[in-house]
Write a protein that binds this ligand. Structure first.
Ligand SMILES: C[S@@+](CC[C@H](N)C(=O)[O-])C[C@H]1O[C@@H](n2cnc3c(N)ncnc32)[C@H](O)[C@@H]1O
Length: 276
């Protein structure tokens, strides 16, 4: 049975279209968004979701804030659970779900990226979070080193813990700091591949990302939000900016990672770049 049908059976006098069609499950926690029309019923809906998925906590997602993408959550049923363990493709991720973001919708992108990394590569993961890309790359592929840069000390602590939990300390190097400075100053000319997994001003980090590539060039995975139907213009704009920074650029491809809103998609552009 679908969640919406279950809720509709148990909550009378509310049009079914106002009820959520699903919740996201991570660890023993369900995360749900509610329409304004049913906010007044949040406790009732929360209790039903708790039973439907047999989870220990149901959090209402109110949004995400700040550079560090901190989730704004409200417990609406069950007991407060902060730290969860999520398993995916043989990788383990631990994090405080009430403080940090972990997007289940990016799961295929994490696997895809790990599949692109060749033996012995040097990778720079610029917005490393809790290791969303660094962990699959080091567990599933065989890079020489992944430099994982994270600005938020709380996320950095979990990044370090996840590197240890997955036993990849020899391949992953966590770095606490601003990736724009670290990529430009400490990792200049070091990388075969740079991952820019963030979409709130990714473009501001493009120069530092390019400067981290080896002199013979390398691959950039550039994430951002693009207006639906305008993806081509958006991609050309990013590539043109790289050209204007003095790089030869060869597009490899792009894909829609997920739908972000009614008007925008989360997309990733893969391109080769080399300083000319
Ligand atoms: C939403 S998470 C994304 C994690 C992962 N890259 C992914 O795509 O799933 C973005 C992370 O980038 C970090 N961040 C934001 N600005 C940064 C910067 N200038 N330098 C390093 N990390 C940064 C945030 O703290 C957050 O942990």
């Amino acid at each position: 049975m679908r969640l919406k049908d279950y809720l509709a059976q148990n909550i009378r006098d509310v049009p079914a279209e106002y009820l959520p069609s699903h919740a996201k499950l991570i660890g023993r926690v369900a995360l749900v968004r509610l329409r304004e029309e049913v906010e007044g019923l949040k406790r009732e809906i929360g209790a039903l979701i708790l039973r439907f998925y047999n989870v220990q906590a149901v959090y209402l997602v109110r949004g995400v804030e700040g550079v560090e993408r901190r989730p704004i959550l409200e417990l609406i049923a069950g007991e407060p659970i902060r730290e969860i363990t999520h398993r995916e493709y043989g990788c383990v991720f631990r994090l405080d779900i009430t403080r940090l973001m972990f997007c289940l919708g990016n799961s295929f992108e994490r696997l895809r990226l790990a599949g692109l990394v060749s033996d012995g590569e040097i990778v720079v993961d610029m917005f490393a979070g809790v290791g969303q890309f660094t962990i699959p790359i080091t567990v599933l592929a065989n890079p020489k080193k992944v430099y994982a840069i994270e600005i938020n000390p709380e996320a950095y602590a979990y990044l370090t813990e996840n590197i240890r939990l997955n036993g990849v300390e020899d391949k992953a190097q966590p770095i606490l700091g601003d990736c724009r400075r670290v990529a430009e100053k400490e990792l200049h000319g070091a990388a075969d591949r740079v991952i820019m997994g963030y979409f709130w001003g990714t473009i501001e980090a493009l120069g530092p990302a390019l400067s981290a590539l080896k002199p013979e060039g390398g691959i950039v995975h550039f994430h951002d939000l693009a207006r639906r139907g305008s993806e081509r213009e958006f991609i050309e704009d990013v590539l043109e900016r790289a050209r204007r920074m003095g790089y030869r650029v060869e597009p490899i491809g792009w894909r829609r990672v997920k739908s972000y809103s009614r008007t925008r998609n989360h997309v990733v552009i893969d391109f080769f770049a080399m300083r000319v």
